[in-house]
Design a protein around this ligand. Structure first.
Ligand SMILES: *[C@@H]1O[C@H](CO)[C@@H](O)[C@H](O)[C@H]1NC(C)=O
Ligand SMILES: *[C@@H]1O[C@H](CO)[C@@H](O)[C@H](O)[C@H]1NC(C)=O
Ligand SMILES: *[C@@H]1O[C@H](CO)[C@@H](O)[C@H](O)[C@H]1NC(C)=O
Length: 359
């Protein structure tokens, strides 16, 4: 009785807030960034006249801690090394609000990157609980880290190993509104009957659920402290429910975060510029994080051959057992700037990270 009625009371309490937030329409971020000249050089913000270092000093945006969840698998490790390398390159550039960095290692034991990357080791879920779906460990990792670590910043960026900081990332959150990237394939309305198992009707319409996952998200630590345990519970319940597991598949834990945050009445500012995903997004201009989750396959004429192995290719999944070699060949002419930049950034990182091939 204790647990179930406790959870019910908890849901009812948050119902009050959620009703309030029902009135809130989806906020899509559309603020000209300082120094952004994507409108053909027309910059309306007079602050752009300031020298870069002044601009940074005047910035009232609070810094955020970069939290990267990862395992000790070789496939995760090489991505984390590149990710951390680019964090260090971009952290102190004007426009960045990046603070400290932590790799939250959720495989339970220290590994051989402890000296290279600031790392906090947490426990994995008890054996069997993740049912082979290793990303269920992410919410549990955040619960443990938030509880035990001493985090200086008030905000946290939840990041993943296949993220590369391509431009200095500002704190895109605004007060208690976290910032997130909208994913076209997260569609709570399409799965209303499944979603209602976790987000009961008295909480409001399913459109209260943002089309997001937990990453990338910049969020206040105190909000994440509330959301993370719910995110964990919901994700585990979802994984144990065959209908939900089948409906959501590999994005189950993204729905878990989206629904958990809605249960707590938290709505996200949706930033399309937060991230770009080659090969679909063609340019890195004005964007902040390259997410290299899709394979990039091209023929020698520079034409995309998606779904068919290209004469030229870059695909993280070609390197499941260990790191890609240094100095990957650049794509043929005609390939979008986003893909060229990705490969150049991978090459720059691997050229400069000591013991790249033989750690
Ligand atoms: C942002 O605002 C500008 C001008 O106000 C408008 O032209 C543009 O379409 C808006 N972009 C988005 C994504 O809403
Ligand atoms: C999550 O589940 C555990 C175990 O069932 C329970 O003790 C805890 O209170 C739950 N937390 C939340 C936030 O629902
Ligand atoms: C990288 O590879 C290119 C050929 O693809 C070669 O010309 C170049 O010298 C190599 N650079 C390094 C640093 O090995």
């Amino acid at each position: 009785m204790g647990k179930a009625s406790g959870l019910l009371l908890f849901l009812l309490a948050f119902g009050f807030f959620v009703v309030t937030y029902n009135l809130l329409t989806l906020i899509v971020h559309n603020r000209s960034r300082v120094g952004d000249d994507t409108n053909g050089g027309t910059v309306l913000d007079p602050i752009v006249q300031m020298p870069d270092n002044m601009r940074k000093m005047k910035s009232s945006r609070p810094r955020f801690h970069v939290a990267l969840t990862a395992t000790d698998a070789p496939y995760n490790k090489w991505q984390c090394r590149i990710m951390y390398y680019w964090y260090k390159q971009k952290k102190d550039i004007p426009g960045s609000d990046m603070g400290g960095f932590t790799r939250i290692l959720h495989s339970g034991n220290p590994d051989n990157l402890m000296d290279e990357i600031p790392t906090f080791v947490v426990d994995p879920l008890p054996p069997g609980l993740d049912r082979g779906y290793v990303v269920l460990n992410r919410p549990w990792a955040f619960v443990q880290w938030l509880e035990k670590a001493n985090i200086k910043e008030d905000y946290v960026l939840m990041a993943e190993p296949d993220h590369i900081f391509v431009n200095p990332l500002p704190n895109l959150a605004s007060g208690s509104y976290p910032a997130a990237f909208p994913f076209f394939y997260i569609t709570p309305q399409k799965y209303e009957s499944v979603v209602r198992k976790y987000y009961p009707e008295d909480m409001g319409p399913v459109t209260n659920i943002d089309p997001i996952g937990n990453s990338p998200v910049i969020i206040r630590k105190e909000s994440l402290e509330k959301i993370a345990p719910t995110w964990m519970n919901i994700s585990i319940r979802m994984k144990n429910d065959p209908e939900t597991d089948k409906a959501f598949g590999w994005v189950l834990e993204m729905y878990g975060y989206a629904i958990a945050s809605a249960l707590h009445g938290v709505r996200h500012i949706l930033h399309k510029d937060f991230m770009l995903q080659p090969p679909w997004d063609l340019s890195t201009k004005g964007k902040f994080i390259i997410h290299y989750t899709y394979g990039c396959d091209y023929n020698m004429k520079g034409e995309l051959t998606y779904g068919k192995i290209g004469e030229w290719r870059f695909d993280k999944r070609s390197h499941l057992q260990g790191p890609p070699p240094r100095n990957l060949s650049l794509p043929p002419p005609g390939v979008p700037e986003s893909v060229v930049t990705l490969v150049k950034m991978v090459n720059e990182a691997t050229a400069n990270i000591p013991n790249w091939d033989n750690l």
